[in-house]
Design a protein around this ligand. Structure first.
Ligand SMILES: [Zn+2]
Length: 165
């Protein structure tokens, strides 16, 4: 990587540390030519493909904004939303993909949102899974009841479709 000050083509790593809960590595570098220091941040690239086909970098704040709308008036804090967005990002990154459809990001929000608040979950699911009738809500609520009855939590990433097509 070029030195941003003198454009020298070489630099030496003087310090590396994990950043952003381990999803990034921050390196402090020194240019052997001019001696100045600069930082680089290394993350795996993760792109979200929008419906229009345009790719944009994955953004936790977009996840938070989407979930926040569903959580209006519910006992869900900003910290809860931040944790949810972190969980969504970790789930997606753990799957090893470099790009993901925007719709799939919505689906990845469903699981942690269900654990957080069931009303918010139903609101969110009704939009992202295009509920069209009362039956769709009834199916989703029946699935929620079945999950609660099963006592244990659903394994992360185990997403089953809530609606029959
Ligand atoms: Zn330099």
């Amino acid at each position: 990587m070029y030195c941003p000050y003198c454009r020298n083509a070489d630099s030496r790593v003087v310090d590396s540390r994990l950043a952003d809960d381990g999803s990034a590595i921050r390196r402090r570098r020194q240019c052997p030519e001019c001696g100045r220091r600069f930082s680089t941040v290394e993350t795996t690239s993760l792109s979200v493909i929008k419906r229009s086909g345009v790719a944009e970098p994955f953004s936790r704040s977009k996840v938070i904004n989407g979930a926040r709308k569903a959580c209006q008036g519910r006992p869900v804090s900003e910290d809860d939303l931040a944790l949810l967005a972190q969980e969504v990002e970790e789930t997606i990154r753990a799957s090893g993909v470099a790009e993901i459809q925007a719709h799939e990001v919505g689906l990845a929000i469903l699981q942690p949102l269900q654990k957080l608040d069931q009303v918010a979950y139903l609101r969110f699911a009704s939009v992202y899974q295009s509920f069209e009738s009362l039956e769709d809500f009834e199916t989703a609520i029946a699935a929620l009841r079945a999950d609660s009855a099963r006592a244990g939590s659903v394994p992360a990433g185990a997403q089953r479709p809530l609606t029959a097509q």
